[in-house]
Design a protein around this ligand. Structure first.
Ligand code: ADP
Ligand code: ZN
Length: 737
């Protein structure tokens, strides 16, 4: 049946007793009617309403729909002390939900991420680190202290702290009694310190000035528009878009800067503070609950001017949003891969178009989609081709691995070894880049050939020697490293095949015994704080060689780093994925850009067995326009995005035949798709056919550009009765295809 959500009716007022429609975050396909409480209620108000025996959060969405005995309508319990949702936000949730085929209640959940939204203020005691150490350290107490330390010392309610530390409330109360934990009044929600856009920024170069002027003019217009700010690493994109932020704040509007979560560094916040005299509001998973509550409320009331955040910040209740910057716009972490499957970059454009705001998409290596949109004139485009000041772009060269003498189980070629030694002799740093976590990608038994598999996924377990465990990179399950083969039971024959960063670190330590080596890989750090600390040590020259995964490709600035050695430049080239070339190009250019930022010229050496591969050649020559043109041609010829439309369907069930049967039924019922001009492919087993015990079957729907894909998909899926226990997810504009 069709969803029955009332039409949003913003900016209205409902008198006491009137029937209003409330949208809740519960998975219902309609709004529910309630009576307005004493004193009436504003359209868009956040409210608490009874639903069965429970109380849930909702938003006054519109006029009640009635059609039942009005005397039976229940009343709104309480109006929450936050600004009502604006019309623009309601529109945004509806449109984003339609685009991604996500039910409206799920969209609303994204917009009500303020923790404890419904807690009355009187209930808000928060807990922080105390001055004393506990008399007796237990594991539970250690966990409580670790959680508090990781989140900057304070800011949890009792329930939140107990959950985060996996302890009972009594453990915390016990620690309060000993002064190891402090019980505090929750800070009142106060406005954030004002940012002053009239403070002078750094003097800009000519090309920076031109870029900043263009953005400023766009912002002064006060209407929607999107600009691609394309500039090589170190060209000063950040300096330029901070000028756009200044122009936006000077107009009295709010600004949002989105960064890949991993790049949300203290360094960036400091830069903002230097520019505007105060720090921005942060929004990401490492922010305390108390701060998040305050941020959410203040953003809605206008008591916060600039937010720097991860993708979920796009759903914050801005009162007057004038600018969204999406830095590293090509980054795949902008795509949310569970629940609502949305790309924060694309949704930024939607949100800005509804808010009359400007969007700046910044990148050294834009996504093909953005590049095509700029080329077609849908987006304005600014190019910055030189690095700031005396800094020059790194010299890029291939090391032909076919010509290097290297024993098996070794990956650092003699040529690369020499280059690293030269850098160390000059007091500089080298980065050895390998985008593979763990010790080795494959663990195989030399007696019987068995490869250790995850019990729940169709995936190999990966040895993590540092943790002394085998880990599944699909579901995260791990088990102790066995000494005997699980299949033939022979002892001591399990051996590593291929390199991971941990193994590369081992090799580097042997080859460069005198070097101080730091390994940066996400699973080597227990917390964001530990990672930040390691990054700080490297930035201050505390390491000669950095061995790292993708983690180092983003956002961190290491002034002494002048050499990047890519261990396996061919690694990403050979997937069946249409984006393989694009991704490899972006990652290689980006990681190479880490070399030589300041006054020291840098060099990037790419170890490859195919120095003549077109992608490798494009990476080396930097002939980007040619690369993108060739990519675009290939996609256009195949009718692939962004020249055609595509959606991925994943059907999962505990039994493979259930998922497959559902796929076959869908394939047979494809008439609504065919009528609309779309074609469905599959069903076929998904590339990883089992994850967490669920069997997965995949289908792809492809359509020419003008087709109303979402409507056709909606009709198609609604026309098939799917069995119980089947999960269906639709991914419009999938990341891989
Ligand atoms: P990008 O974001 O393009 O990689 P950044 O904005 O981070 O570039 O600039 C690279 C480095 O150059 C930074 O350390 C930045 O402070 C410096 N820089 C860029 N432009 C200027 C300028 N006009 N004056 C002083 N320093 C600058
Ligand atoms: Zn697994």
């Amino acid at each position: 049946s069709q969803p029955a959500y009332a039409a949003p009716q913003p900016q209205g007022w409902y008198d006491e007793g009137t029937l209003v429609a409330v949208l809740t975050t519960q998975p219902l396909d309609r709004t529910l009617d309630y009576r307005a409480p004493e004193g009436g209620v504003a359209a868009g108000a956040f409210v608490q309403v009874p639903l069965g025996p429970r109380q849930v959060i909702g938003v006054v969405w519109g006029k009640g729909q009635g059609g039942f005995d009005l005397k039976k309508a229940r009343a709104i319990t309480r109006i929450l002390d936050v600004a009502p949702m604006r019309e623009e936000m309601q529109d945004f949730l509806i449109r984003a939900g339609e685009y991604t085929l996500t039910p409206l209640p799920t969209m609303l959940r994204l917009a009500t991420r303020a923790p404890g939204l419904s807690d009355p203020p009187s209930m808000r005691k928060v807990y922080g680190l105390g001055p004393a150490t506990p008399d007796r350290m237990t594991e539970a107490r250690t966990r409580v202290l670790a959680v508090l330390e990781d989140f900057g010392g304070a800011g949890f309610t009792l329930k939140e702290l107990a959950e985060a530390a996996e302890v009972s409330a009594s453990v915390i109360k016990g620690m309060v009694a000993q002064d190891a934990v402090l019980e505090l009044e929750a800070p009142r929600d106060t406005a954030y310190p004002r940012l002053d856009p009239s403070l002078p920024g750094k003097p800009l170069t000519d090309s920076q000035t031109r870029a900043a002027d263009q953005l400023r003019t766009a912002i002064q217009g006060g209407t929607y528009g999107t600009t691609l700010l394309r500039g090589v690493t170190g060209s000063g994109k950040t300096e330029v878009y901070l000028e756009a932020v200044a122009a936006c704040l000077a107009k009295g509007r709010q600004a949002l800067v989105l960064l890949p979560e991993i790049a949300l560094s203290a360094e960036f916040l400091t830069r903002v503070e230097q520019r505007f005299g105060a720090k921005p509001v942060e929004w990401h998973s490492g922010v305390t609950m108390t701060e998040r509550r305050r941020a959410w409320k203040m953003i809605g009331q206008g008591g916060a001017q600039l937010v720097v955040g991860a993708r979920s910040a796009l759903f914050l209740p801005f009162r007057d949003l004038g600018l969204i910057v999406v830095d590293e716009e090509h980054d795949s972490s902008y795509k949310q891969e569970d629940g609502a499957l949305y790309n924060a970059r694309d949704m930024s454009v939607l949100r800005a178009s509804l808010a009359g705001a400007q969007v700046v998409l910044a990148s050294a290596t834009p996504s093909l989609e953005t590049w095509v949109n700029a080329k077609a004139g849908k987006y304005a485009r600014i190019d910055m081709t030189d690095r700031f000041g005396a800094a020059v772009l790194p010299e890029m060269r291939a090391i032909d691995m076919r010509a290097e003498a290297l024993s098996p189980g070794r990956w650092i070629s003699p040529t690369l070894q020499q280059a690293v030694r030269d850098r160390m002799a000059a007091g500089e740093q080298a980065l050895l880049f390998l985008n593979r976590r763990g010790y080795a990608p494959v663990t195989i038994c030399r007696a019987c050939g068995h490869q250790v598999q995850c019990d729940h996924c169709d995936a190999r377990m990966v040895e993590h020697r540092f943790l002394k465990r085998l880990v599944c990179h699909q579901c995260g399950e791990s088990k102790p490293m066995p000494t005997e083969c699980p299949s033939c039971k022979v002892e001591g024959k399990l051996s590593a095949v291929g390199p991971g960063v941990e193994r590369l670190t081992e090799e580097a330590a042997e080859v460069f015994p005198e070097a101080r080596i730091a390994t940066l890989s996400s699973d080597l750090f227990g917390s964001a704080r530990a990672l930040k600390q390691a990054v700080g040590v490297i930035a201050n020259g505390g390491a000669d060689i950095v061995v790292g995964t993708q983690l180092v490709a983003k956002g961190h600035n290491f002034p002494l780093l002048t050499l990047v050695g890519v261990i396996d430049a061919d690694l990403g080239l050979h997937g069946s994925d249409m984006r393989a070339a694009e991704r490899t190009f972006q990652l290689m250019r980006q990681v190479s850009g880490r070399a030589g930022r300041a006054d020291r010229p840098g060099q990037a050496l790419l170890q490859t067995c195919q120095p003549d591969h077109p992608v490798i050649r494009a990476i080396l020559s930097g002939a980007e326009e040619d690369f993108w043109n060739a990519e675009a041609e290939g996609r256009a010829a195949a009718g692939m995005p962004p020249f055609g439309r595509m959606a991925g369907i994943i059907l999962s069930a505990e039994k493979e035949d259930v998922a497959m049967a559902a796929g076959v039924a869908l394939a047979r019922a494809d008439q609504p798709l065919r009528l609309a001009g779309a074609v469905v492919y599959g069903p076929a087993l998904a590339p990883i056919a089992r994850v967490r015990g669920w069997h997965r079957v995949r289908m792809l729907v492809k359509a020419p550009k003008g087709v109303a894909l979402q409507r056709a998909l909606g009709e198609w899926i609604a026309g098939v009765r799917l069995p119980k226990g089947l999960r269906l997810s639709v991914d419009v504009d999938p990341q891989s295809f």
